[in-house]
Design a protein around this ligand. Structure first.
Ligand code: GUN
Length: 289
């Protein structure tokens, strides 16, 4: 392996410490802690693990965590009523509705009901629009975390060639917008792209967010490229009945060619919660004026 490891876990822990240091000034000025409300519908075990982790991190940063649980069969109107109540609650600065929602619910309608200024996920179309035109707004946590890691590693990104693999509203599209704003030359590739290896071969920056285990191979990479792997895929492990986590990048071959690469786990994953706390503090300051 020749690539440097991009230690997202360490970066995220530093960011969380800096946020925790900044919270008391908000408390002193506003007379209350920043508040994050997390809503979970149903009993998906993985979602409950994420939500517990978010609540713990929120409290550790000195913020207030409000957790709301609705049963899997709750009518969508109950969720919309809850979102309305959180929109109106002055103690709540950020609202996160954990996805995916049960199939009888319309995710777009639920996200649209969140006050854009409390939308700490940055999923509301108003925030997507603000990002697209370069106006201040809430930026989705995972791509913003990726950008922080890239700037920490590379400094000024001006003029660099970036390939974003994946076009989701949550990662790929906002990632492309963020890189354009940093004056990168951005190509967005996806599952229907032709000649992906040729595109990747030109890239100084590769952000992989396709959700296909170990799809991007080291042989495709430009020597010294910086590789950010957003993928978290569970695949069968070596031992019978065991599984392991892998990214969208074939780590072993990529680490032999890249200049720097994020590991999975321990790369992008820990950044998401740290940026969620950052977005909550930003939302709290914006609301407090
Ligand atoms: N489910 C998995 N990741 C996320 C996230 O970042 N935000 C929300 N709301 N749901 C998720």
């Amino acid at each position: 392996m020749t690539a440097a490891l991009v230690d997202g876990k360490a970066f995220a822990s530093g960011l969380r410490a800096r946020i925790a240091e900044a919270v008391p000034a908000f408390v002193a000025a506003a007379g209350r802690a920043p508040g994050l409300a997390v809503v979970i519908v149903g009993d998906d075990p993985a979602s409950h693990v994420y939500v517990r982790a978010k609540g713990r991190a929120t409290r550790e940063a000195g913020m207030e965590s409000f957790e709301h649980r609705l049963p899997a069969h709750a009518p969508q109107a109950d969720l919309l009523n809850l979102v309305e109540a959180l929109n109106a609650d002055p103690a709540v600065d950020g609202i996160l509705v954990q996805l995916p929602l049960p199939r009888h619910m319309d995710e777009a309608a639920v996200i649209a009901a969140i006050d854009p200024d409390k939308d700490v996920d940055g999923f509301h179309v108003v925030n997507a629009g603000r990002l697209a035109v370069g106006a201040p707004g809430m930026v989705p946590c995972t791509p913003l975390g990726c950008l922080m890691l890239l700037k920490d590693r590379l400094g000024d990104l001006t003029g660099l060639d970036a390939v974003v693999i994946g076009r989701s509203n949550i990662v790929g599209k906002p990632m492309a917008q963020l890189l354009i704003a940093e004056s990168c030359t951005v190509t967005v590739a996806h599952s229907r792209t032709r000649n992906l290896p040729d595109l990747v071969a030109r890239a100084d920056i590769v952000v992989a967010a396709v959700g296909r285990p170990e799809m991007i191979k080291g042989e495709w990479l430009k020597h010294g490229a910086t590789v950010i792997d957003v993928g978290i895929n569970r695949v069968p492990g070596e031992e019978e009945g065991k599984t392991r986590l892998v990214g969208d990048v074939d780590f072993a071959s990529a680490a032999a060619v890249a200049g720097a690469i994020t590991p999975v786990p321990g790369g992008v994953g820990p950044m998401t919660i740290a940026v969620l706390l950052r977005n909550t503090l930003v939302a709290a300051h914006a609301r407090a004026g």
